[in-house]
Design a protein around this ligand. Structure first.
Ligand code: GRF
Length: 211
């Protein structure tokens, strides 16, 4: 049998999406291995989560690099050194450059807490509340050179309630993030994603986008 596909996760904070993916792998739901977790924040709880699961965890301080490109080159070196084939951005608070993108073509995913193309960038839940939408959600997409603009892999919708605050909406969206991000990873690992231009189709009968 082939070796499990190696995944590298880049995170800056809590790492709850990292945890959801670790849990799904450990439960046998994804034939993959998280080969390394890299953060640009020494205090990221994602580092602790990785250590608890025996995953190599590394803090790479972007302030030590003269440019975004040099930082990304260091990321590429570390990721390649761990044999990574799929890179997951999981709350990674940095704009990435073509140095990283070109090293992993159509092999970098991100999760965004809105139904793209609505509300890209920071504070997506706040943007949704301020706009007054009745439905928001989350999006897993391949990363391209824009901010939250790459081909969409999966989305899940949640209702926006009249009494929602940024926190309550974020927490309802997060539950869906933890469901669809591991699912999108599984589809990639099983080679079930077909990308034609902006459109990603799923060649897997077992997938359901419903809760
Ligand atoms: C999530 O809301 C994700 O959509 C966004 O950053 C947040 C990361 O949360 N990209 P966590 O670190 O995975 O808990």
């Amino acid at each position: 049998m082939a070796e499990p596909l190696k995944i590298g996760v880049l995170a800056s904070g809590n790492g709850s999406n990292l945890q959801a993916i670790i849990d799904r792998i450990e439960a046998g739901g994804i034939r993959a291995q998280i080969a390394c977790v890299i953060t640009n924040n020494a205090d990221a709880f994602a580092l602790e989560r990785a250590k608890r699961h025996g995953i190599p965890a590394l803090f790479l301080d972007h302030r030590l690099f003269a440019s975004r490109e040099e930082y990304d080159a260091a990321l590429v070196e570390k990721l390649r050194g761990h044999g990574v084939r799929l890179v997951l951005l999981a709350g990674f608070m940095r704009i990435i450059t073509p140095v990283l993108l070109n090293a992993f073509p159509l092999s970098i995913m991100n999760i965004h807490p809105a139904l793209l193309p609505a509300f890209p960038g920071l504070h997506a839940q706040r943007q949704a509340l301020q706009y007054g939408v009745k439905v928001s959600g989350c999006t897993v997409h391949f990363v391209d050179e824009g901010t939250d603009t790459g081909p969409i892999i999966m989305q899940a919708a949640v209702a926006v309630l009249d009494d929602d605050t940024e926190e309550t909406l974020a927490s309802r969206i997060r539950r869906e993030e933890h469901r669809i991000y591991p699912e999108a990873v599984r589809l990639f690992v099983e080679n079930s994603l077909k990308v034609v231009g902006r459109r990603v189709t799923i060649t897997d009968d077992t997938v359901s986008t419903r809760s």
